[in-house]
Design a binder for this molecule. Structure first.
Ligand code: NAI
Length: 334
């Protein structure tokens, strides 16, 4: 019995990296069928909505989607499709594992963090006011007790289930006192249910410095939306760059898997994109679907390929294009 998965191709490098996943899945024989839909500029250009009803119906039916990056044009009153999808399906957990990969150059060899970013609140709540007359703008960072409790709980639960030892809460409670208090109070409440897990907290600015000096000290990290967005790119930089890091947007009903990076318009259509991040996102998706045999096979072949510099993509210092890199992964499948 084949499971149907919604496939949101995206734009920019989206089509190139999504084809890479599709080819690898076919080679491994993953028992799924794709329901291909689109969103964003591509959808608008074809005369459809920014987020077509067909996409919403497909995600509601399948409960699981793999998504390519979607461009958000700046200064055109364009609402981010990515943020809208997270709100629409209440995908409150944004999970981003960042681990050093043998063979991939970075300043550190021992990074192994998993970032939990609250994905529906904070400065991304969509509460924006622009006063043309006064030339004044407000972006409201709404943080709720319910939202804080559920993201902190998800981080602690992950730590316990995956044998992690420590959870670090990241905030700016010294200045943003109200939202900081709600978030830290949620941390205290949830931490008391997990006496087996060490808990500490860091102020966001200090956390940035700590991570670029001694990232090996950090295990599971949980934080609010904007801090999580910034920290996850920082963490990507610790393990080889944006082309390497996977992401999962998870709610209680639906999960959408996507790379941390964006549509990379500077390299789109040039066979230069590193598909590792979306392949790793698809591995997270297979684990979510309890298809671990296929997840492990792809992970092994990917890591084997990443160990050979001459097989790697340009961002990793290698000569390979997206297609050649994908073929090497397929050749390395056992
Ligand atoms: P970006 O992540 O697209 O690119 C930043 C830099 O990293 C660029 O130099 C790019 O070439 C490089 N890069 C990114 N992914 C790569 C890969 N797989 N292989 C090799 N190099 C890679 O960030 P940027 O330029 O800030 O955003 C571009 C567009 O993407 C914007 O419209 C933004 O709104 C959108 N975006 C969409 C996201 C999503 O769909 N989830 C997430 C982040 C940004």
């Amino acid at each position: 019995m084949q499971k149907e998965i919604t496939l949101i191709v995206g734009d920019g490098i989206g089509p190139e990296i999504i084809v890479s996943v599709q080819n690898i899945f076919t080679a491994v024989g993953v028992p799924i069928v794709w329901d291909k839909v689109n969103a964003g500029i591509v959808s608008l250009d074809s005369g459809d909505e920014l987020i077509p009803q067909r996409l919403i119906d497909s995600v509601n039916k399948n409960k699981v989607a793999l998504k390519g990056p979607i461009t958000t044009p700046i200064g055109k009153g364009f609402k981010s499709v990515n943020v809208q999808l997270r709100h629409m399906f209440d995908l409150y957990q944004n999970i981003r594992p960042c681990k050093s990969t043998p063979g991939v150059y970075s300043r550190f060899e021992n990074v192994d963090t998993v970032l939990f970013r609250e994905n529906t609140e904070g400065l991304y709540s969509g509460l924006e006011l622009y006063d043309d007359r006064l030339e004044m703008a407000d972006s409201i960072a709404r943080v709720t007790k319910k939202g804080s409790l559920r993201i902190v709980k998800a981080a602690f639960e992950y730590a316990r289930n995956f044998g992690r030892e420590k959870v670090t809460l990241v905030h700016k409670a010294n200045i943003l006192k109200s939202i900081g208090k709600i978030f830290l109070d949620a941390g205290d409440e949830i931490a008391s249910e997990y006496p087996d897990i060490v808990v500490n907290d860091r102020i966001i600015d200090n956390m940035c410095m700590q991570l670029v000096i001694r990232p090996e000290e950090y295990d599971v990290i949980v934080t609010t939306n904007l801090f999580g967005d910034i920290l996850s790119d920082l963490c990507a930089g610790l393990v080889g760059g944006l082309g390497m890091v996977a992401g999962a947007n998870v709610g209680d009903d639906v999960a959408i898997f996507e790379a941390v990076h964006g549509s990379a318009p500077d390299i789109a259509g040039q066979d230069k994109a590193n598909p590792t991040a979306i392949i790793r996102s698809s591995i997270l998706m297979l684990e979510h679907l309890k298809m671990n045999i296929f997840a492990e096979a792809i992970d092994l072949a990917l890591n084997k390929t990443l160990k050979e510099p001459q097989l790697c993509t340009v961002d990793l210092g290698g000569p390979a294009g997206t297609e050649a890199f994908t073929k090497s992964i397929i050749n390395n499948l056992t």
